[in-house]
Write a protein that binds this ligand. Sequence first.
Ligand code: ADP
Length: 307
Amino acid sequence: MSKANIVVVGSSNMDIFCYTDHLPEPGETLIGDRYWMTLGGKGANQAVGARRLGAEVTLVGRVGDDLFGQRMLDNFSSHGMALDHIQVDREAGSGVALILVDKQAENSLVVVPGANMRIAPADVEAAARVLRAADVLLMQLEIPLETIQRAVDIAHEGDTLCVLNPAPARPLPDVILEKVHLLTPNQSEARVLTGIPADTLEDAEAAGQALLDKGVQTVIITLGAQGALIVRPGETTHVEGVSVDAVDTTGAGDAFTAGLAVALAEGKTLEQASRLANLAGALSATKPGAMPSLPTRDEVEAFAGAP
Ligand code: ADP
């Protein structure tokens, strides 16, 4: 089995959680109980997820010229990821998400995308050689669409499989959908993309079909505990989820997408890849947080072999 080679073009954020009794009213100053800070952003999560599952990973991205940016770079290098295509942006700060959580676990968020929205077509052009040589190009929607479009075009010059995880959901132009080999929405993202509520297997299949009609080659809709539905021309396959005691499903989608990308880069079939992705997603749901919950290959293999 050759080592998977994955390029992620995507976002990095510092997620700062503040825990309080209640959420602040306008003008109110609250004394919080504690805070917790963790590296996040869907690009960073999926890049680290793929790395933990054994792939060589290059992240194309931007961080600010600030303390958080330095922390992010240290984290990526401690995971053994290539840093050559991460720019330190002097014009914008690092991406930050401030998440206030009250006693009822209700939350309010402020997301400042910062340098992530400055990841430019020129950045992917500078990484064109690695991109064309990669097995898989993996992207999400926390960066400009024009950059996604340029990355997909470059990937098509090579033999690189283009995987787009359309999160957070927003409508996508056909010029992008036509060139994506594999789209991986969850049920609510599938609804935003198609207008079809993908709540049941039948509706999810219809939403997948609508995306195929727009030119996507294959759609895999994630179904939470129910696993995933592979929709491709003339054939739909339900790959059942794996039963776990879920404590926090944050990051499950990132773990799933990372698992899928790694397995496909290793030459596995869509069914085999979806099974591995389900194991990764389920394992991440057993631990709190997003990045800290992303499993390693050893953990996935031990879990797969468990009776
Ligand atoms: P998102 O996290 O983006 O909302 P899903 O909820 O569909 O997406 O979860 C992504 C994947 O994670 C699922 O396809 C499944 O493999 C796994 N997963 C999520 N929740 C559970 C759960 N409660 N039990 C087992 N697997 C889960």
